[in-house]
Structure formats: C-alpha cells, structure tokens
Design a protein around this ligand. Structure first.
Ligand code: AP5
Ligand code: MG
Length: 189
C-alpha cells in the first residue's frame, strides 16, 4: 500500500502533482477541498457549513473533516493506496489519520512537503482566481489562508519529521521537473 500525504501551503501544487501521481501509480486521490467544493455545488447541508469556513479562509472543525475522510476511505475497496491532498491540516488530523490507517493495518508511506516561496503562491492563486474564479482565490482570503497555514498547518512539518516520514520537495519550477523529484522520492520507498 502506498499512502502518500501531499502537503504544502495554498497554491503549492498539491492538486496539480496529485493528478500526476494518480496517473503514474494508480492510487486513489482524496482532496478534502474538492470534496467540500462538490458539496457546496450540490447545495447540501455540509456544503452550506463548509462555505462559511472556506469563504473566510478558515479550517473546518477537525471532527467534521475527519468523519468525511473516514467515509471516503471506506469507499476505496481493493485500493493500491491513497494520496491525501489537503489533509491532514492540523496535528489532531494527523493523529486521526495515523490511527485510521493503523486500524486498517497500514501507515503513511511518505509525506511530501511542496516548498514554494510566498510571493509565488500569491501570484499563482491570484492568477487562478482571475481565470477560473475559485471563490477563495482573492487577495484578502488568500492572505487569511496563508496565516492559517502558518499557525495551524505548518507545525505538521516537525510532526512528520518526528514520525520519520518527511520528504522536502522543491515546489518551484516546472510542473514536470517537480513531478520528477516526487517520483524519485516515491520510488525510493
Ligand atoms: P484546499 O482545496 O485544500 O485548498 P488549499 O490548500 O488552499 O490549496 P489549493 O487547492 O488552493 O492549492 P494546491 O496546493 O492544490 O495547488 P494547485 O495544484 O491547485 O482547501 C480549501 C479550503 O477547504 C480550506 O481553506 C479550508 O477551508 C477547507 N479545507 C480543506 N481541507 C481541510 C481540512 N483538512 N481541514 C479543515 N478544512 C479544510 O495549484 C495552484 C495553482 O498554481 C493552479 O492554478 C496551478 O495550475 C498552478 N501551478 C501548480 N503548479 C505550478 C508550477 N509548478 N508553476 C506554476 N504554476 C503552478
Ligand atoms: Mg488543491
């Protein structure tokens, strides 16, 4: 089983690189952000709750997101592995993931930290906001997402270092070049 946590600040390329990992390694992909945006689009109760947080650039409560993740994971039968994109985002979520996988006789194989300078993150997200109009891709909300990343999510870097799963990836450069570094790291597992 290949269980990959793809990690990084907003706009670091988690979704972009996940697509390439899925294509090469044939594993399932869970993006908690994509799940929530689909719920918003479908107009569900969960979607209504999620919208309030996403529009403010804030994280949803851990319990809620952990439940979503557990049920998505249960839907993957006969899976070769999973790429976790946008989860975990807090220490509590990382602990929950560890427990959830252990209950299934599994563990995280590697945590890939896509490291991208802040000016570049801002440039990418502003551009995407102009082109595709994701509701949280405006300057004000991006700034809030970055603050949340630094305060609540970046402590996971040390958490995964302590867990022996951390792998730094230079997230600046061409999408292909970055993927080559990722594939090299995965192939070494
Ligand atoms: P989520 O959807 O996870 O958003 P995010 O973390 O802010 O990250 P993005 O999806 O914006 O960026 P990405 O790293 O995937 O980069 P991408 O490949 O798209 O979360 C959204 C919200 O949902 C959160 O704020 C929160 O409210 C809620 N949420 C989600 N998960 C949660 C959780 N676990 N707990 C609580 N709340 C949760 O690339 C970005 C852009 O850059 C694209 O346009 C792309 O084409 C471009 N790009 C990519 N790579 C390159 C490159 N190498 N060079 C140039 N451009 C590039
Ligand atoms: Mg994404």
């Amino acid at each position: 089983m290949l269980n990959i946590v793809i990690f990084g600040a907003p706009g670091s390329g988690k979704g972009t690189q996940s697509e390439r990992i899925v294509a090469k390694y044939g594993i399932n992909h869970i993006s908690t952000g994509d799940v929530l945006r689909a719920e918003i689009k479908a107009g569900t109760e969960l979607g209504k709750t999620a919208k309030g947080y996403i529009d403010q650039g804030q994280l949803l409560p851990d319990e809620l997101i952990i439940d979503i993740l557990a049920s998505t994971l249960d839907g993957f039968k006969e899976s070769k592995g999973v790429i976790f994109d946008g989860f975990p985002r807090t220490i509590a979520q990382a602990e929950a993931l560890k427990k959830m996988l252990a209950e299934r006789g599994q563990e995280v194989s590697i945590m890939l930290d896509l490291d991208v300078p802040e000016e570049e993150l801002m440039t990418r997200l502003i551009k995407r906001g102009q082109e595709s109009g994701r509701a949280d891709d405006n300057e004000e909300t991006i700034k809030k997402r970055l603050v949340v990343y630094h305060s609540q999510t970046s402590p996971l870097i040390d958490w995964y270092k302590n867990d022996g799963k951390y792998q730094h990836i230079n997230g600046l450069g061409t999408m292909e070049g970055i993927f080559a570094e990722i594939a090299e790291a995965i192939d070494k597992i």
